[in-house]
Design a protein. Sequence first.
Length: 293
Amino acid sequence: MQFLRFSALLLTLCAALPHVTKAQVSLDLRDASLRDFVQIVAQSTGRNFILDDRVQGSVTVVAPNEVSPGAIYEIFLNVLELNRLTIIEGDETDRIVPIDVARELAPGADRGRRGGDFETRVIALDNSPAQEIAEVVRPLLPGEAVLSVVPEAGLLILSDRRENFQRIVKLVDRLDSPTRSAIETIPLRNGKAAEMLGVINALSIAPPGATLSADPRSNALIVSGTPEFRDRVRNVVAQLDRPQRSFATEVVRLNYAGAEDMAEVIRQSFGGAGASIGAAAGEGGAAPATTGI
């Protein structure tokens, strides 16, 4: 315990040392100590940190290119959140503590317990504004993922389970195309995205250059194309994405007409769709009828 307190003090002193420059930093950490990562952040940003004794664990952080101190700090905040840690800022020194400890000072910081293999990656964009891409990607992420944006550097910082990264990176590559059209996400409430995709494709309404795909995980359609095309897709979804019809059975007692004759008239009126109508001979001519509602 004394060693941990000493290491926290040492980290504070190291961060307080003068730096000639705050240069770009390359990050490729694989299952590195969380405390070592804190030290990298302290040295890069010039910030002073005091670590709670319970700040432990390992992290994986991958950045394809060198990143600025500002971007490193955004990455750092993602990593802390995934590890259920938070920062209590001070005048000269910030404290890193478990969220549970900071709850009274920062209510609502708790995001729920996470598990599994998480890592943090930096995704550099070449053609599109980072905030615009983030608005499309964020609805497709699971609730436990953390997505941050560094607009001035054109970076997305994503912390998520390892098995999800391939899907998101492929989507970002598509969105970051130099020739792409406007893209939006259309979530479905009742139907399945894959089935809706098949229906819309069968309508052949997509103009040249437009794309339409389904994301089964988030049950959403991803639409790219002209405003007119996206409007048409939204209209189709609005018409088809409705709760399925339910059915009820009701017995209607007839006073004058025969049940068999009335059943046949109603059956022909419905054209055989959406209703099952039967007639029962009995006292008073009661006819059980099943109608769609």
